[in-house]
Design a protein around this ligand. Structure first.
Ligand code: SF4
Ligand code: SF4
Length: 404
């Protein structure tokens, strides 16, 4: 797609990157076939090709306003379009670049600005979020159903094994996961302990940056990234083998730290080193499958269905790994239609675009529950909480099945 950058963007890092991406799009429209919002709304401007035209217009200096912002807001950033695209268009990156510009130029109504500001500050502040969650859990019987269903019940957290192995890996705790589902990381620590790996935590590491990125607060996101790099750096330089991600939404962001911090001279090289160490928990377990030989078939054909988060299958292009691990240890995995489609969680999307998010969840749960599996498993805390709020069967992280 030929792009004439406006004078404001010509010969700039952002403009050049956007032009490079735009150039690869041949506007064939194949991507619309797998775009959840296009499938729901049927409007070209709520599909990837239409949004690419809107973003091209932004970089070419054309007029744009709230309508452009609305169509960009409705994008889930699920990146299903990237998996489908035959030309390798990096749509997700183009959207991030464009959204930040639109956010700066178009003033949102006061209520929206307030909500978005509160959201990223509360969601990324562990203590405040935990306190509000505890209050919500206590008051749940008094809350309206729509609010109450979003608040998960408290969970029992198992022990974290002592550090006793020569092999060590580091795990990201993240922002909301330690409060919503603290058992996920301790389950990973126990499974890794059985595999001869000690899992370390670095309490100064925080939100990976995904939450502010979803809200087009790019500078706040990059601040979180720098903080995490500072917190991890001594361990990255030590014998720690990997930085393990247990929420695929965080994994897709940290893997891209080098892109986000490419023009920061103090952090660009460090960001590359950090990104090289990132591994999803499934990648680690899959590599250690040899050590799992004594676990083969132990789960007696229990039926489960795996919902692959978009951030895992499209964002990180990790596919089939969780299914293969669970099958090896004896779970019977069910297939379901449209597994490539987003469940509607998508970071803060379910809170800001609730109508679209609810419709996508309804479709996803209908497909998952039609399998009659006794449990739904996934690999991202956002999907887990979003699906669990309406599911008729338990929803958990797949690693908790392995831990059991
Ligand atoms: S993003 Fe890819 S699939 Fe979509 S219109 Fe462009 S080239 Fe075609
Ligand atoms: S990221 Fe997802 S919602 Fe957004 S345009 Fe691509 S497929 Fe559609």
């Amino acid at each position: 797609m030929q792009t004439e950058l406006s004078a404001a963007w010509r010969n700039t890092v952002v403009g050049d990157e956007a032009a490079q991406i735009l150039k690869t799009c041949v506007h064939c429209g194949f991507c619309n076939a797998t775009c959840p919002t296009y499938q729901l709304v049927g409007d070209e401007l709520d599909g990837p090709r239409g949004r690419i035209y809107l973003l091209k217009n932004v970089f070419e200096g054309g007029e744009f306003g709230t309508s452009t912002q609305t169509h960009l807001d409705r994008c889930l950033t699920c990146r299903a379009c990237e998996t489908t695209c035959p030309s390798g268009v990096r749509y997700g990156r183009l959207l991030e670049l464009g959204r930040e510009i639109v956010e700066e130029r178009i003033t949102r109504p006061v209520g929206e600005r307030l909500l978005r500001g509160i959201l990223w500050r509360v969601l990324t502040h562990r203590t405040v979020f935990r306190l509000l969650l505890r209050i919500g859990q206590r008051l749940r019987p008094l809350l309206p159903r729509r609010v109450a269903q979003k608040i998960p019940s408290p969970v029992v957290v198992g022990d974290w094994p002592a550090t006793r192995h020569a092999r060590r890996m580091l795990v990201l705790d993240g922002c909301v996961q330690p409060s919503l589902a603290p058992n996920i990381n301790s389950a990973v620590a126990r499974v890794f302990d059985r595999l001869g790996i000690s899992l370390l935590r670095e309490s100064r590491a925080h939100c990976c940056g995904a939450v502010p990125l979803h809200l087009s607060a790019g500078e706040a996101a990059r601040d979180f990234m720098r903080r995490n790099i500072d917190a991890w750096w001594p361990l990255v330089m030590s014998d720690v083998e990997a930085i393990v991600m247990t929420a695929s939404g965080c994994g897709v962001t940290v893997r891209d730290y080098a892109t986000y911090l490419a023009d920061d001279p103090a952090y660009a090289r460090k960001a590359e080193q950090v990104a090289l160490k990132v591994r999803d928990v499934a990648e680690v377990v899959a590599d250690e499958m040899g050590s799992l030989a004594d676990w083969e078939g132990i789960n007696g054909n229990r039926d489960v269905v795996f919902h692959p988060p978009c951030s895992l299958q499209h964002g990180q292009q990790v596919r089939g790994m969780v299914e293969s691990i669970l099958s090896t240890v004896g779970y019977r995995l069910h297939q379901f239609p449209d597994a490539h489609m987003c469940c509607g969680s998508a970071g803060t999307y379910s809170l800001l675009q609730s109508e679209m998010a609810d419709a996508l969840r309804k479709n996803k749960l209908a497909a998952l529950q039609a399998t009659d599996a006794s449990c739904i498993v996934t690999a991202n805390i956002g999907c887990q909480v979003h699906l669990a709020s309406e599911a008729e069967v338990p929803v958990c992280h797949w690693i908790e099945l392995l831990d059991r």
